[in-house]
Design a protein around this ligand. Structure first.
Ligand code: HEC
Ligand code: HEC
Length: 208
């Protein structure tokens, strides 16, 4: 009896899959688009080797917007943004259904704060972070209403690269990237690389 139920379920699933393929390519393709861990690491914990950041714990609204921005070429198309270009290529073929599937898949991963790899002057970074807190929150926990993601717990090497990318105009300069544009302006309050390392060292002391 159990065997029969299993078999019936299997056939039902198979039939549904075929139906999905013919009716809605997007939905059928969804699970095929779960190749993200190849670069982003097991359960999306980040992979410094390929400079792909942690995805586990990322807010669904932020993840969705970034995937849509990469897909539309609003992010990851500046010639000097080598890693952004690599990610942009991964997003171009995602359907809306795939993005929705990925957002729910990623939300099932456990949030584990990334390990610290930098050791700057957190005390000086704390002063600089006063400005950042207005949008990202006092504990860098993120603020959906302002569109500013959580920074606490993210790989520090990634935060550093992104701050440099914003400052150089590799990210946030596309005319349709209104959220990135705000951050590009803010990144210029960090006048040198040491200021970036210091503020990220302070963020390392915060928890979501
Ligand atoms: C070939 C390697 C590779 C694959 C596969 C890949 N990514 Fe990425 N991804 C990267 C790299 C490298 C970056 C850093 C680029 C950047 O943000 O400038 C990145 C950045 C991102 C970001 C930006 C994070 C942030 O905090 O702004 C998101 C979101 C993302 N990837 C999601 C995904 C998802 C979802 C998938 C699967 C559909 C995926 N990636 C597949 C390499 C990859
Ligand atoms: C005016 C509001 C605002 C302020 C102030 C601000 N940010 Fe942001 N920040 C944003 C928004 C909005 C984004 C998302 C940009 C996007 O969607 O691409 C962002 C993105 C980022 C990112 C990229 C995160 C990721 O996962 O890709 C980093 C890093 C960052 N901010 C750090 C800072 C730091 C450090 C400061 C202070 C010097 C700061 N921000 C001040 C609004 C702000």
């Amino acid at each position: 009896m159990k065997k029969l139920i299993t078999l019936t379920t299997f056939m039902l699933v198979a039939v549904c899959n075929v139906a999905a393929q013919t009716v809605d390519v997007g939905v059928a393709a969804a699970t095929d688009d779960r190749y993200c861990t190849t670069c982003h690491g097991v359960e999306g914990r980040g992979n410094i080797g390929v400079q792909a950041p942690r995805l586990a714990g990322m807010e669904g609204w932020y993840l969705k917007r970034q995937l849509e921005n990469f897909r539309a070429g609003i992010r990851g198309t500046h010639a000097a943004d080598v890693q952004g270009i690599a990610m942009q290529a991964m997003a171009v073929k995602l359907s809306d259904a795939s993005i929705a599937d990925i957002v729910s898949w990623v939300s099932s991963w456990e949030y584990i704060a990334a390990e610290s790899t930098v050791d700057g002057n957190a005390r000086r970074g704390r002063t600089a972070f006063g400005t950042c807190a207005a949008c990202h929150g006092a504990d860098a926990q993120g603020n959906e209403a302002l569109g500013a993601p959580a920074l606490a717990g993210q790989n520090d090497w990634y935060l550093i690269t992104q701050l440099k990318n914003f400052r150089a105009g590799y990210r946030g300069a596309h005319r349709e990237d209104s959220f990135g544009a705000q951050m590009l302006t803010m990144s210029r309050t960090l006048t040198d690389d040491q200021a970036i390392i210091d503020v990220v060292s302070y963020i390392n002391t915060l928890q979501k």
